[in-house]
Design a protein around this ligand. Structure first.
Ligand code: CTP
Ligand code: MG
Length: 399
């Protein structure tokens, strides 16, 4: 049997609104590691032994950007104008493949890290009946939310997969599915597998690749550039935050310090569990991304935080840091107390904090000191804690 003909459609007609900086042009034309995203994606397909033809969908306004970005490659690929949605662009591409190939791969040009191995994995799973979808299982616990920002439910993630591209299909079948969707005015599909599913074409899952990310946000482009540029940024964006907290003693039989309950003849009083260590560290982390302080996120006036376990506050701060693109380098807490003794609980505390922050334990430090019987701590009226955290953000410190 003759080797099947495989064409690749590269979708590059989007505006890249989420990537920001519109004056720099859509994300597929930005440079990462000194070369345009789109040039990298085109090369990945052109250089692959299993792919016979590459077609590129671009926006009518982007002709010049395209030629500047891809240079000589512009003469090797077929260029077609895209439509107003990803689905419309794909249909334009499918229609332009007049010398009908046996199979077609549809790929987001904004995924420049597609590897030869992934392409072979997809080609290996092709047959004339099914589509093929590279996807990754989901590792985070997934929640649904109410419109006012509360958790509605936890979703069973065991069957969930995050779809990537390229998605591959028998050409005639996916073209017919796209035409049918267009003729029925169903233009709301966000990937080609969804159209195949709707049209009754079965789609087989193959394992995707973690590095095959879709550049979507500014930080994705910065990270991609850093990854490819090799050299560390000359002025890495290292930020340090500090935090301080005090709670006074009240009647009780234990204190909670750094997430660990310690039996004691008093307790720390406060709105939540009064864990001074975690509160100070929460402030330190929030400070690294200008996200206010613990009270901004969890107002003491809000009854829902009464008696709350403070790991919620710290986990939220770590999430704020990560959403801003930060990586936690270290966290350090000093507890200032005459009693109870912290030493016997120190390992449990560092383990607990490392777990909440999702970092290795050697990046967390908990220390304690007495106040030499001076001041309110010395009079055993309460416990204080100070904390610092260092977080590395993508990019460089601006001049
Ligand atoms: N795409 C396209 N035609 C469109 C819309 C999107 O060819 N009308 C392409 C994009 O260029 C991108 C891919 O489809 O390579 C995936 O879409 P997405 O990541 O959403 O890119 P944009 O639509 O450009 O970005 P945004 O949604 O942030 O505006
Ligand atoms: Mg889009």
């Amino acid at each position: 049997m003759a080797t099947p003909q495989i064409a690749a459609i590269l979708l590059a007609a989007g505006r890249g609104a989420r990537a920001g900086s519109p004056d720099d042009g859509p994300k597929q034309y930005r440079n990462i590691g000194g070369k345009a995203v789109l040039a990298r994606t085109i090369e990945a397909f052109l250089s692959h032994g299993a792919i016979d033809k590459v077609l590129c969908l671009i926006h009518p306004d982007d002709r010049e950007l395209f030629e500047n970005a891809v240079g000589n490659l512009a003469r090797i690929v077929t260029v077609v104008e895209g439509g107003s949605t990803r689905q419309a662009s794909t249909l334009n591409g499918l229609r332009a493949l007049d010398a009908a190939p046996d199979f077609v791969m549809v790929h987001d040009a904004a995924r420049p890290f597609v590897s030869p191995e992934l392409l072979y994995r997809i080609v290996g799973a092709l047959d004339d009946k099914h589509g093929v979808l590279p996807a990754l299982t989901v590792s985070d616990t997934i929640k649904t939310a109410t419109p006012d920002g509360m958790v509605a439910a936890t979703v069973d993630r065991s069957t969930l997969h995050a779809a990537q591209t390229p998605q591959a299909f028998p050409f005639a079948r996916i073209l017919a599915a796209h035409e049918k969707a267009a003729s029925e005015n169903r233009m709301d599909f966000t990937d080609d597998s969804a159209i195949a599913e709707w049209a009754g074409i079965e789609v087989r899952l193959v394992v995707g690749a973690a590095e095959n990310i879709k550049l979507t946000w500014p930080k994705d482009i910065e990270m991609a550039d850093l990854k490819l540029s090799g050299a560390p940024a000359p002025f890495p964006d290292v930020r340090t935050g500090t935090g301080y907290d005090v709670h006074c003693f009240g009647e009780g039989d234990h204190v909670t310090l750094c997430g660990v309950e310690i039996p004691f003849d008093k307790t720390l009083s406060g709105h939540s569990d009064a864990d001074v260590g975690l509160h100070a560290l929460t402030d330190a982390l929030l400070a690294t991304c200008g996200a206010g302080d613990i009270g901004t996120h969890f107002p003491p006036s809000d009854p829902q935080w009464k008696g709350a376990s403070s790991h919620i506050f710290l986990a939220h701060a770590a999430q704020c840091v990560r959403e801003a693109g930060g990586r936690i380098a270290n966290a350090d807490i000093t507890i200032i107390a005459e009693a109870p003794k912290v030493g016997p609980h120190r390992d449990a505390m560092t383990a607990r904090i490392a777990d909440i922050l999702n970092v290795a334990q050697d990046r967390v430090s908990v220390k304690a000191t007495t106040n030499e019987k001076l001041g309110f701590v010395g009079r055993e009226e309460g416990i204080a804690a100070i904390a610092s955290a260092s977080v590395i953000y993508p990019g460089s410190v601006p001049q």
